[in-house]
Design a protein around this ligand. Structure first.
Ligand SMILES: [Zn+2]
Ligand SMILES: [Zn+2]
Length: 350
């Protein structure tokens, strides 16, 4: 089958790759749509980071490996023991393939499972014509959810999970630092959950139209105004109840903290590449809560229901659609197009 295959740092190839074989409990999918994510670019540019350099302890997979963790497909066949889905079903894929045996998995914290394999990193993913995934990772789509939209259930689930981690309340006010894909998904989740004002703080003016279309109260351009000053003015000098750091940098974390009211919560969604020093007394004296978030646990069915009802939207996040054979060039030049590109979608039928 045709696939985008990761061999190592700066070595990603579009090539013929053996079709993965099914084991009991697994499902073979015809991939329909697959979205390009900055995490994949990071793996290409700086990896291997999440792809196992040695065989993954549970899946046995290592490089060369098919990337792709945001995708949807149609079930072609199911292995023995699978009753959750059947041939012909339209599904999207939860990329966390956890062991389902350990206490963390049993208690619903699969993303923290010590032997979790991320699909597209610890086992072959969705940048291919076919994918084999555990049936437990498959989620049926509702009737109003297209296969194209379904490929973005994954990043929307990341966003919804971050709101749950921060314990967001309806009627509150929030800020999102970073207007990229996760920031825009977080904005949508905040709106859907009844947050009355959402300020999107971002350094690239190209993101303004996306933030405004998806319901931002105000887009605050960091090079044109001081986010802290603007947010304090808009909130009677207090600051927002919740801030989401969706960049992964020290300045973004400082901005998130600076716009949060005393007693408010900052949620760290962005992966910070290096350790950073921090003055904790600023946080302590204002009794701010810092929480963190990674991936998702059981958010997929809720996001599918929210897309079905229209309370979240995938289409405004899709800025480009390509066939698989053109995706290699786009993925390896991801950052050059970063400011105007939110999500590039691979349509496997093109
Ligand atoms: Zn992603
Ligand atoms: Zn586990």
């Amino acid at each position: 089958m045709k696939a985008l295959v990761y061999y190592g740092k700066k070595d990603l190839r579009y090539e013929d790759f053996p079709e993965p074989t099914m084991r009991p409990g697994e499902v073979r999918l015809q991939v329909k749509f697959s979205a390009l994510c900055h995490t994949d670019f990071n793996e290409y540019a700086n990896g291997p980071l999440y792809v196992s350099a040695k065989p993954h302890p549970r899946t046995g997979r290592s490089v060369p490996l098919v990337l792709g963790h945001e995708f949807s497909g149609e079930v072609l066949e199911v292995a023995s023991g699978v009753t959750r889905v059947k041939a012909g079903d339209r599904v999207t894929v939860n990329a966390v393939d956890c062991c389902r045996q350990c206490e963390l998995c049993q208690r619903g914290f699969g993303a923290q499972c010590a032997s979790a394999a991320l699909i597209g990193f610890g086992r072959d993913g969705g940048y291919a014509e076919y994918a084999v995934v555990p049936a437990e990772c498959c989620h049926l789509l509702r009737s109003n959810v297209s296969l194209r939209a379904a490929a973005l259930v994954e990043p929307l689930s990341v966003a919804l999970h971050s709101l749950r981690r921060a314990k967001v309340e309806p009627g509150s006010r929030a800020a999102v630092v970073g207007g990229g894909a996760i920031g825009l998904c977080t904005l949508q989740a905040l709106r859907a959950c009844g947050v009355i004002d959402v300020y999107v703080i971002e350094k690239s003016s190209a993101k303004r139209r996306f933030a405004e279309e998806l319901g931002a109260t105000e887009f605050i351009h960091t090079e044109q105004s001081d986010p802290r000053q603007v947010v304090l003015e808009r909130t009677g000098g207090m600051g927002v109840d919740f801030a989401f750091e969706c960049v992964g940098s020290r300045p973004a974390l400082e901005t998130a903290l600076s716009v949060t009211r005393p007693g408010g919560t900052v949620c760290l969604s962005g992966l910070v590449p290096h350790p950073i020093e921090f003055n904790w007394n600023d946080v302590l004296s204002k009794e701010k809560t810092i929480t963190t978030t990674i991936a998702y646990n059981d958010e997929f069915p809720t996001v599918i229901a929210m897309l079905n009802s229209g309370s979240m939207k995938a289409e405004p996040l899709i800025t480009q659609t390509l066939p698989l054979h053109e995706a290699l060039d786009t993925l390896t030049h991801f950052e050059e197009r970063g400011s105007t590109n939110i999500r590039t979608m691979i349509d496997m039928e093109l």
